[in-house]
Design a protein around this ligand. Structure first.
Ligand code: AHR
Length: 516
C-alpha cells in the first residue's frame, strides 16, 4: 500500500493536552501505584513512589485529571488537606476498590505533583454528594490570591502562592453513577454550580481564567449520545448561559462479549475486535462536534450590547481506553495487563485525536497507573512500564506540532495506519506507521512531495502479540531505535521522496524525517 504525506496539507496545531492522563482513587491507581507514603519501604520521594514519579517526569503529561471519575462524586476535599495524621479515614467502595481511604494523597499532594510534572491540573468537583459551597471553597483554597482564611490555610499547608487551577469538571458521567440525570435535570444543577464558580479576577470586564467543563455523553451509547448532546445544548440555549468552556465525552473500547478473551489471551478475532473498536471514536467525535455546532447555533443573539454570546465550547474526551471484561473481577480493582493489542489501539487513538485536533482540544487516557489502559503497573516493590508508556513517549514530538491531513485508512483488508505531523518550524516530520495486523508483517510506501531524509526510526513490537511486561521481565517489550537502513529503503522520486518501509506484525513505528 501507499500513503501520501504532503507537508502543505495542514489541519492545525496539536494541543499537547490531547496527551492527557487520568488518575483516580480506584484500585491501586493512586494508593500504591503513585503514592506509598513517606514511611513506606518502597523507595519514595516525600511519599510519591519514586519509580512512578520518575516515569511520569520523563513523560511530562501535559494534563492530569483527578480525583475521578466516579470517585469524585463521593469525595469531600476537606478530608484530604492539613496534617496527614489528622485526616479522616473513610471507606472507598469505588468500582469495588473496597479499601480504607486515609486521604494521605489530597489536594496539595495532587497539585504539587502537577507542578513537579509541569502538568495542567483538571479537578473534577463532587456534584452528587457535595454542595455548591463545598465546590466554591475548594476553588478558593486552590486559587485565591488575597489573604482570606482559606488562602491562609493553604499557606499553612505549605503552599503560599495560589495554584492557579484552571480546569474544573462540573459533574462526572451524570447519566450513570453521577446521578442518573437527564440533560434537563443536569442542566438545572450545572447552571447552579457553574454560575457559582469564583471568577478570580478583579477586572470586572476581564474574562475569568476559570474553565468550566460540562458532562458530555456516554460515547458508547449511539442513540443516547446523540440525544444527550442535542438535549444538553437545547437546554443550554434556553435563556442565559452559565460559564461553559468544555464538554466532556467518555468513550471506552469495551471488550466484554467473549469470556475466553482476556487481556493476554486472545485469538485473531479478539485482536481485530479490539482494533476495530478503538477506531469507532473517530466517527463519534466528528458526529458529536457537528451536533455541538448545531446546538450552539440555537443560542439567541444578545439583547443588549454589553452581553456576550457563547460562540464556542471545546470538545473533550475526558476518559478513553481499552476495557477488557476481566478487569471487572480483577484485584486490585480494574487492573489489567497490557499487550501490543493495547499499545496498537493506544497509538491509533492518539492518531485519531491528533488528526481531529481542529475539533478536540483535550483528552485523557484512562487510567495512568494500575487501572485499565495503564502506562505503569506496580506489583509490590516492582514498577513496570507497559508498552502503552512507550507509545506515549514515542508520540511526544507530536505535541505542539502541526497535524497533517494524511488520507484516512478505510480499506478493511489493509492493516497499516498512518498519521503525520510537521514541527512548528516546518523542518521535520514525525510519521506514525502502525501495523495493526496481529500476525503479518507489512510493507508500506510513503510518498512525500519534498526532499526528505529519515533521521530516526523507532519500533515497538513484541516477539509474540500476547507478551507483556511483568515484574520478572520488566522490559520484554520496549521501544527501540533501529538503524534506518534496516527498516527503510529511500529513493528520490523527481522533486520528492519515496520511502519503502518494512513493518513488523502488531507494531507501532515512528519515523523522524528531516525536510530539506
Ligand atoms: O475509569 C473508570 C471509571 O470509568 C471512571 O471512574 C468513570 O468515570 C468511568 O465510568
Amino acid at each position: 500500500m501507499t500513503t501520501f504525506i504532503d507537508p502543505s496539507r495542514e489541519i492545525g496545531r496539536i494541543d499537547p493536552k490531547l496527551h492527557g492522563q487520568f488518575i483516580e482513587f480506584l484500585g491501586e491507581c493512586i494508593d500504591e501505584g503513585l503514592w506509598v507514603g513517606e514511611d513506606s519501604p518502597i523507595e519514595n520521594e516525600h511519599g510519591y513512589r519514586k519509580a512512578t514519579l520518575d516515569a511520569l517526569r520523563a513523560l511530562e503529561p501535559p494534563l492530569l485529571r483527578w480525583p475521578g471519575g466516579c470517585y469524585a462524586d463521593t469525595y469531600h476535599w476537606r478530608d484530604g488537606v492539613g496534617p496527614r495524621t489528622e485526616r479522616k479515614t473513610t471507606f472507598n467502595e469505588n468500582f469495588a476498590t473496597y479499601e480504607l481511604d486515609d486521604h494521605s494523597f489530597g489536594t496539595d499532594e495532587f497539585l504539587r505533583l502537577c507542578e513537579m510534572l509541569g502538568a495542567e491540573p483538571w479537578i473534577n468537583i463532587n456534584m452528587l454528594s457535595g454542595t455548591v459551597a463545598e465546590m466554591k471553597e475548594w476553588m478558593e483554597y486552590c486559587n485565591r490570591e488575597q489573604p482570606t482564611d482559606v488562602a491562609l490555610e493553604r499557606a499553612r499547608n505549605g503552599h503560599e502562592a495560589p495554584y492557579g487551577v484552571k480546569y474544573w469538571g462540573i459533574g462526572n458521567e451524570v447519566w450513570a453513577g453521577g446521578g442518573t440525570m437527564t440533560p434537563s435535570t443536569y442542566m438545572d444543577e450545572y447552571r447552579r454550580f457553574a454560575s457559582a464558580m469564583p471568577k478570580f479576577t478583579t477586572d470586572v470586564f476581564a474574562p475569568s481564567p476559570m474553565y468550566a467543563i460540562a458532562c458530555g455523553p456516554d460515547g458508547n451509547k449511539p442513540r443516547e449520545r446523540e440525544a444527550w448532546t442535542q438535549d444538553f445544548f437545547r437546554a443550554l440555549a434556553e435563556y442565559r448561559q452559565p460559564p461553559s468552556n468544555g464538554y466532556d465525552l467518555h468513550f471506552y473500547n469495551w471488550n466484554v462479549d467473549n469470556d475466553a478473551d482476556t487481556p493476554t489471551e486472545f485469538d485473531e478475532d479478539g485482536w481485530n475486535t479490539v482494533i476495530d473498536g478503538c477506531l469507532e471514536l473517530e466517527d463519534i467525535l466528528r458526529d458529536q462536534w457537528r451536533l455541538m455546532q448545531d446546538g450552539l447555533a440555537l443560542i439567541h443573539e444578545p439583547e443588549v450590547a454589553m452581553d456576550t454570546k457563547l460562540e464556542h465550547v471545546d470538545l473533550i474526551i475526558g476518559e478513553w481506553g481499552n476495557w477488557h471484561k476481566t478487569a471487572f473481577f480483577a484485584r486490585p480493582a480494574l487492573r489489567q495487563q497490557v499487550t501490543m493489542r493495547d499499545a496498537v489501539t493506544t497509538a491509533l487513538t492518539l492518531d485519531l485525536l491528533q488528526r481531529n485536533c481542529d475539533k478536540v482540544s483535550m483528552a485523557c487516557n484512562a487510567q495512568t497507573i494500575n487501572v485499565l489502559n495503564s502506562l505503569v503497573l506496580t506489583e509490590g516493590e516492582a514498577t513496570i512500564l507497559t508498552p502503552n508508556y512507550d507509545v506515549f513517549m514515542m508520540y511526544k514530538a507530536h505535541r505542539d506540532a502541526v497535524a497533517l491531513d494524511v488520507p484516512r485508512q478505510d480499506a478493511a483488508d489493509e492493516s497499516v495506519y498512518t498519521f503525520a505531523s510537521k514541527s512548528q518550524d516546518g523542518k521535520e516530520l514525525l510519521v506514525d506507521l502502525t501495523n495493526a495486523h496481529m500476525n503479518d508483517a507489512a510493507e508500506i510506501t510513503v510518498v512525500i512531495p519534498a526532499v526528505a531524509r529519515v533521521e530516526e526510526a523507532t519500533v515497538l513490537a513484541a516477539a509474540d502479540p500476547h507478551d507483556c511486561n511483568t515484574a520478572e521481565q520488566t522490559d520484554l517489550i520496549r521501544a527501540r531505535t533501529v538503524p534506518v537502513a534496516d527498516m527503510v529503503k529511500a529513493t528520490a522520486a523527481g522533486s520528492g521522496t519515496e520511502l519503502v518501509v518494512s513493518l513488523a506484525p502488531a507494531s507501532v513505528n515512528t519515523l523522524r524525517i528531516a525536510l530539506d
